[in-house]
Structures are given as C-alpha cells and as structure tokens.
Design a protein around this ligand. Structure first.
Ligand code: HEC
Length: 403
C-alpha cells in the first residue's frame, strides 16, 4: 500500500519534471532553428524584442577564445526529458506491463517479455534511423526523409501488432523521443565540441559536421509535434484503440511535420507555404476517419463491423444487468479499494462500484468499452465479450438510466 502510494507520487513528480523539461527543450529547439534559418536567409543578424529589451543577435563563426567565458551548451533539457520519460515509462508501462503493454488478443506475451521487446524497440529504432541518416546510397535529403518516414510507419505498424493500443502509442512515442534525445547526445553535442576545438585550433569548420547537425536538428523539429500527440493520446482511446491505430499514428507524423514545415519555410525566407496547412488538415481528417473505421463504433456514416449483429439483437437491458457486467468486468480495478493487486487507488480516479458512479461515467464507459475496446485492459482476461459490450451499448443508447 505505502509503496503504491509512493509510486503514485513518484509518477506525478516525474511527469511534472518531464513536461517542464520538454517545454524547455522543444522551446529552445524551435527557437534556435528559427534564429538559425533567419540568419542564413539573406540577413546577417536579427533583432528580437523580448520582455525587457531588444536583442541584437548575430552569428559568429569565430568561437570565443579559451580565456573567454564558457559557451552555454543546451543539452541537459534533452537528457532530463529522456531520463524522466524513461522513469515514467518504467513505473507505469514496465511495472504494470499487464495493464498497459500486453494485448492478449494480439500476442500472448508475458509482462517481462513485453518489457524486453519494448526496450529492444527503443535501441533498434535509434540504430536503424541513425543508419538511414548516414546511409551511403547517394540519396538526397528528400529521398532520405522519405526512407525515414517509411521506416517510422513500419515501426508504428510493428508496435500496433505487438502491444495494446495504449502501449503501442506510448512505445512509438518513446522510440521517436529516444531518436530525438540521441540526436542531441550522439550528433549535435559531439559535433559542436569538435567544431569548437577545430575553430580554436585555427582550422576551418568541417562542412560535413555542419550538414549532419543541421539534418538532425531539422528532424527533431519535424518530429516534436507528433511525439507530443503520441504522449497525450493515452486519454483518447479513439486515437489509440482502433484496429487502424498505426495509420492514425502515421498520419499524426504527417500532420505534425507538415505544420512545422510551414514555419521552417517561412523562417528560411521561402515565403508562406499555405498548402502545408491543407495537408495537415487532410491528415487530421483522415485520422478521424481511420479511428472511427477501426473502432467498435456504431457510426451511421461507416459500415458497421463485427459486434453489430449482437448490437442489433440487444434489447436495452435493465440497469441490474449493466451493473452486473460492470461489477464483473470493471470494478476489480475501478473500486474504492481495488482488488487488483498493485493498484492502491482506482485508476485515473474512475470508480465504477456504485450505480451513481456508473451513471456518472456513462460517457467514459462508452469511450473505453463500447466505441473502442480499450477497457478492460487487453492484457488482462476479465472475460468481457461482445455481448457484454452490446448490452452496454444498448443501455447507453436508451439513455443510460438507472432503472
Ligand atoms: C485490470 C484492471 C482494469 C479493469 C478490469 C478495467 N480497467 Fe479501466 N483502467 C485501468 C487502468 C490501469 C487505467 C489507467 C490507464 C492510463 O493510465 O492511461 C484505466 C482507466 C480507465 C478510464 C479512464 C481513462 C482516462 O484516460 O482517463 C476509464 C473511463 C476506464 N478505465 C473504464 C473502464 C471500464 C468501463 C472497464 C470495464 C469495462 C474497465 N475500465 C476495466 C485498469 C482497469
């Protein structure tokens, strides 16, 4: 009990640190790229107005001499984001892999196996991405980006076949986050150090290193929006729990990168590429369509799927029947004192152990257990079947009453 409570606070503390550090990192990365591109496009220096003054910023290829004050490096923001993120992932997704990672319907992995696969995924993701960045195939930057995109779609697909929807999105986000942090640790920072040493020694800076740093900084910029999407997705089962969740994740990459491209082109002085917003909007619309197609939703616009027969047959049940389903399939975890071992409190504060709570959470029940099959966690066998879901659907349709 005490450990579970402490774990909850540790979880919250790490989440706080993670989000604050991520704001710093992404803010700096976006801000620096903007300055960098501004400075390259025609102007030699830029002016910026900020709270208490005007800042005159210029690029200087002459590094300060050894005796001058230390250059400020920006790297700890990235490392803290990765470390706190890894801590959070371990606390929730690895310690409770049965609740978060495993999907028994897809692959009957044991929790330690799922954790092993997830850890390997982080390493393999970075190694293949890094190889594609350097691959000596005579690719130009566009071909390289296309190859990286295809690889990332394959990763999204693999995650969706290995893990529960919740787990797949988190793992995919963690793989992208690891790529971004490793870009800082393995490319950007070492390159800066080497360039500084070269300039101090009077040698010209190595254009190849510049190119590599520019490439990785740009990739990080393009990836940042979709990583945030994936990290926030766990409250939105329509995004992660459908059968086409990997398409939703891939479209998020397109939408995020496309929106970023607008600003990158603008900072470069290439004008306003309004079409990028068209692409982002189409990707977003396709995400909604893909999520609805792949969920259990009885949507009038879209051809219904497997549970529909059961749905059509279901007559609105009495509340007592609904209560019995929820008691058997949900309340092991969603009760004041969960019977499920390792849970100190009802997950996300959602209690489903009294009629009033069930009624109050009717829409949540719809989202998690009817429109999608996100709950009960697919790594746990509660015996929930399509008839149960159809009964819940019929109850919701008839107004979710208590009689
Ligand atoms: C074995 C334990 C378990 C069972 C059984 C279970 N849940 Fe959950 N539920 C969880 C966990 C763990 C979370 C937290 C997920 C997260 O952190 O994203 C959760 C979260 C939720 C949430 C909140 C989601 C959010 O993001 O705010 C709702 C609503 C929910 N469950 C409904 C249900 C319903 C309805 C059932 C039964 C059909 C059910 N759960 C069965 C463990 C369970």
């Amino acid at each position: 009990m005490t450990w579970s409570l402490l774990q909850d606070w540790l979880d919250f503390g790490l989440r706080w640190l993670h989000v604050v550090a991520a704001i710093f990192w992404v803010g700096l990365a976006l801000g620096f790229l903007r300055l960098n591109l501004n400075l390259k496009s025609s102007r030699a220096d830029v002016w910026r107005a900020a709270d208490d003054g005007f800042f005159h910023i210029s690029r200087d290829m002459n590094a300060p001499a050894d005796s001058q004050p230390q250059i400020g490096w920006f790297r700890w923001e990235a490392y803290v984001v990765w470390l706190s993120g890894f801590g959070l992932m371990s606390l929730q997704y690895f310690l409770h892999a049965d609740l978060y990672l495993v999907d028994l319907r897809l692959l009957p992995m044991s929790p330690p196996q799922a954790v092993g696969v997830a850890l390997a995924g982080l390493a393999v993701g970075w190694l293949v991405y890094d190889f594609l960045c350097k691959a000596p195939f005579g690719w130009n930057e566009t071909t390289r980006r296309a190859a990286i995109f295809v690889f990332l779609v394959a990763v999204a697909y693999a995650c969706s076949r290995l893990f529960s929807g919740r787990g797949a999105f988190l793992e995919f986000g963690a793989i992208l986050g690891t790529i971004m942090a490793a870009n800082v640790a393995h490319v950007l920072v070492p390159n800066q150090r080497k360039m500084l040493a070269a300039v101090r020694a009077g040698a010209p800076p190595d254009e190849k290193r510049f190119a590599a740093s520019r490439q990785r900084a740009l990739h990080n910029n393009y990836l940042a929006p979709s990583v945030v999407f994936l990290m926030l997705s766990n409250h939105y089962p329509l995004a992660f729990a459908g059968r086409y969740n990997w398409i939703v994740a891939s479209l998020a990459l397109i939408a995020g990168a496309s929106a970023r491209h607008f600003f990158i082109a603008r900072h470069r002085g290439q004008g306003d590429l309004w079409w990028t917003w068209g692409v982002a909007a189409m990707a977003a619309a396709a995400m909604v369509a893909a999520s609805t197609l792949g969920s259990g939703c009885d949507c009038p616009l879209i051809a219904p799927r497997d549970a529909t027969e059961a749905l059509a047959a279901a007559v609105a049940p009495r509340f007592a029947q609904v209560e019995a389903i929820v008691a058997a399939r949900c309340a092991v975890c969603h009760a004041r004192e969960p019977a499920w071992s390792g849970l100190a409190a009802p997950p996300k504060g959602v209690r489903l152990d009294t009629p009033a709570f069930i009624r109050a959470h009717a829409l949540d029940i719809a989202r998690q257990a009817v429109w999608t099959r996100a709950m009960p966690p697919p790594g746990v066998d509660t015996g929930m079947n399509d008839t149960d879901r159809a009964r819940l659907a019929a109850w919701l349709k008839a107004g979710a009453t208590l009689d």
